[in-house]
Ligand binder design. Structure first.
Ligand code: G6P
Length: 362
C-alpha cells in the first residue's frame, strides 16, 4: 500500500525513486527472464503483436515520452511501424488506422482518464491492446487484453522517474522479443546490456554532487532553459525539460537540434542555459554544430555526452552503454539536475503546485 511507503533517510521521495532505478532494472530482468536466463515476453502477447501491421502507442506526460523512445526501439529491433500519440488528442482526432492495429497503453498509474478514454474507444472497435503499467489491477490493466508490469514499486513523487526508465526497459524487452520471433537480429544481448545499464545507473546515482553543482551553476536564477538533442537524445531532452518544468517551475523546453534555427534560437540570450545530450555517434557532429550556434548567441552551454563521443568542454560524460539503450542512462543526470534545481529554488519537490500524480479526469 502506497501509504506504507516511507522515505527512510531521504529528504524526498523523488530522490529515493531516482536511486531505486538500478534496482528496478535488475528486478525487471529477473521478472522477465526465462529458464534460459534471457528476457522475453509471454507467448500470448508475442503472438498478438506479431499479428498486427502497426502499433499505436497511447500515453500522457512522462509515459508519452517513454513511448517516443519505445517507438525507436520497436521500429529498429522488431521492424513494425509505430505511431505514438498523446491520449487526449487521439480520442477526438484519431488518425487513419491500418487494417490490423495493435494498441499499447503506457501508464504508470493505469488510471489516467485521457488514456482510458481511448482504450474504451479501441475496445469498442474490437482492437487488441496491451497496457504497460506499474499498478496491477489498475483500470487500464483490467480493460486491456494484456498487461506488462513495470515492477518498479509504488512511485510516490508526482514527477515520474523510476517508472520512465522501467517503461523503457520493458519496451526494449518487447522490441527485442518480437525481433527474435520475426528472425531479425538486434545486434545485442539485451539481458546483458540491461545489466550494464543497471550498473551504469548506479554510477550515475553516485554522482549527485556533480549534478548539484550543475544545477547551481546553470539553474539557480534562470527563468528558462532549453534541452536539445537529435534522435533519441531529443526525446530524452523532452523528458528532461518536463522534469525541470514540473518541479522547479523554470520554463524549460526540449527541441530537436536541427529545428532550433527555425525559430527557437531567437530566444537565446546572454547566459541562457542550453543542455545538450550527445549519446548517438551518427548525430554527434550535428548536435555539436547546434551547440556552436547557440554559444555564438550567448548561451551557457552544458553538454552531457557519452564516453567515446566526448569532446573538450563537455560538462559531464556518462559511461558508455549501448546506443539504443542510452536513454535509460542519460535521463538520470537530467532527473538529478531537476531535483537539485527545485531544491535550490525551494520548491515542493514531491508535490509541485497544480499537478496531480494521477489525473483521473479528461
Ligand atoms: C500526470 C503526472 C505525470 C504523468 C502523467 C501520466 O500528469 O503528473 O507525471 O506522467 O500523469 O500518468 P500515467 O500514470 O498515465 O503514466
Amino acid at each position: 500500500d502506497a501509504s506504507d511507503i516511507e522515505k527512510g533517510t531521504y529528504a524526498h521521495f523523488m530522490l529515493k525513486e531516482i536511486d531505486e532505478q538500478p534496482l528496478v532494472v535488475r528486478n525487471i530482468i529477473s521478472k522477465y527472464r526465462n529458464e534460459a536466463g534471457e528476457v522475453e515476453l509471454s507467448e500470448d502477447i508475442r503472438n498478438a503483436i506479431l499479428e498486427s501491421d502497426r502499433i499505436y502507442i497511447i500515453a500522457a506526460g512522462t509515459s508519452y515520452h517513454a513511448g517516443l523512445v519505445g517507438k525507436q526501439l520497436i521500429e529498429n529491433f522488431a521492424k513494425i511501424p509505430v505511431e505514438v500519440h498523446v491520449a487526449s488528442e487521439f480520442s477526438y482526432n484519431m488518425p487513419l488506422l491500418t487494417e490490423k492495429p495493435f494498441f499499447i497503453y503506457i501508464s504508470q498509474s493505469g488510471e489516467t482518464a485521457d488514456s482510458r478514454a481511448v482504450l474504451v474507444q479501441t475496445n469498442e472497435m474490437g482492437y487488441k491492446s496491451l497496457t504497460v503499467t506499474n499498478v496491477p489491477g489498475s483500470t487500464l490493466s483490467r480493460e486491456a487484453d494484456y498487461t506488462l508490469l513495470l515492477h518498479a514499486g509504488p512511485e510516490i513523487a508526482v514527477a515520474s522517474t523510476k517508472a520512465y526508465t522501467a517503461q523503457l526497459a520493458v519496451l526494449a524487452i518487447l522490441a527485442a522479443d518480437i525481433a527474435k520471433a520475426k528472425g531479425h537480429s538486434v545486434g545485442l544481448d539485451l539481458t546483458k546490456e540491461l545489466g550494464i545499464i543497471a550498473n551504469t545507473m548506479e554510477v550515475l546515482c553516485g554522482q549527485k554532487e556533480e549534478m548539484e553543482k550543475i544545477a547551481q551553476e546553470y539553474l539557480a536564477t534562470t527563468r528558462n532553459c532549453f534541452f536539445i538533442g537529435r534522435g533519441v537524445d531529443f526525446y530524452v531532452g523532452l523528458e528532461g525539460a518536463l522534469k525541470l518544468k514540473e518541479i522547479s517551475y523554470i520554463q524549460a523546453e526540449g527541441f530537436a537540434g536541427g529545428e532550433l534555427k527555425h525559430g527557437t534560437i531567437a530566444l537565446i540570450e546572454n547566459g541562457t542555459p542550453v543542455i545538450a545530450l550527445a549519446t548517438q555517434a551518427h548525430v554527434n557532429l550535428g548536435i555539436r554544430g547546434n551547440m556552436k550556434e547557440v554559444v555564438a548567441r550567448g548561451a551557457n552551454p552544458c553538454t552531457i555526452s557519452m564516453k567515446g563521443l566526448e569532446m573538450e568542454g563537455d560538462r559531464f560524460v556518462i559511461p558508455a552503454v549501448h546506443e539504443m539503450l542510452s536513454p535509460l542512462a542519460s535521463v538520470i543526470p537530467l532527473q538529478l539536475i531537476s531535483y537539485y534545481a527545485a531544491l535550490h529554488r525551494e520548491c515542493d519537490v514531491d508535490k509541485p503546485r497544480n499537478l496531480a500524480k494521477s489525473v483521473t479526469v479528461e
